[in-house]
Ligand binder design. Sequence first.
Ligand SMILES: Nc1ncnc2c1ncn2[C@@H]1O[C@H](COP(=O)(O)OP(=O)(O)OP(=O)(O)O)[C@@H](O)[C@H]1O
Length: 281
Amino acid sequence: MSKAYLSLSRVDMTFPGPNGGNPVLKGIDLAVRRGEYISLIGHSGCGKSTVLNIVAGLLKATSGGVLLDNREVDAPGPDRAVVFQNHSLLPWLTVYQNVEIAVDKIFRETRTPAERRDWILHNLAMVNMSHALDRLPSQISGGMKQRVGIARALAMEPKVLLLDEPFGALDALTRAHLQDEVIRIQSELGNTVMMITHDVDEAVLMSDRVVMMTNGPAATVGQIMDVPLERPRNRIDLAEDKVYNHCRQEILSFLYEKQRKVEPISPRAAGSFSKKEKAVA
Ligand SMILES: Nc1ncnc2c1ncn2[C@@H]1O[C@H](COP(=O)(O)OP(=O)(O)OP(=O)(O)O)[C@@H](O)[C@H]1O
């Protein structure tokens, strides 16, 4: 593998708590190439968002470190843009203004107002939102809000795009549509992307590699799978593709055989189980 652009080395994370705290991550090692699209998949609560938040600089690892383009990550910064499952648009600003606020912050010193305006319009056009520039978030659909969030992230020209279940709250058709748009944009721009997902098909369809995490506590990287599918990828053709189905199978086997979890059927049936699932792996 060529030199890592983003690397996590021996990352441990223990949240404070009784009896020495809650060890969530243990010895996470991961090297991501420039322009690579990787997905993190694993059972609920295993620590995927914690990994992403450490890369974003929103959380500090208990030990170990993160390097991005040879610089240590120790705080949030504009070189890492995050898109969350539930959009984080400012409700009192229009679509245009929500992107403008990020662009002005980053490029105020280096680009003229006209250049910044063109850049905002360009990024909103890329996600097909040019028709709704003056609308407020309350006046657009969930899928449109996610598009604006993606445009805002892209407009920051981050070194890494961090996507935390970006399509998780969308209906199936909107989700498919937006996945295709992100695939197209990534192929045009060559972004380095780390995406969290629960969706096996989404992981295979979009990623160059899928990172499978073991169950917590003290979750780590259990397996990393290459997705050797040519790009551009077409979701309809892939349904019949042997390689695609093999990749799906590999993830399913990891999640439901090697890292199987038993979930209580209902709180009443759960008896003395804690709210979190009980791992039996
Ligand atoms: N700030 C925090 N303080 C204390 N514990 C936390 C904090 N953030 C996460 N945790 C705990 O760390 C564990 C992993 O959480 P995390 O959100 O990273 O998992 P996840 O794999 O992203 O889950 P999901 O798939 O359900 O979103 C959980 O047990 C959670 O309660």
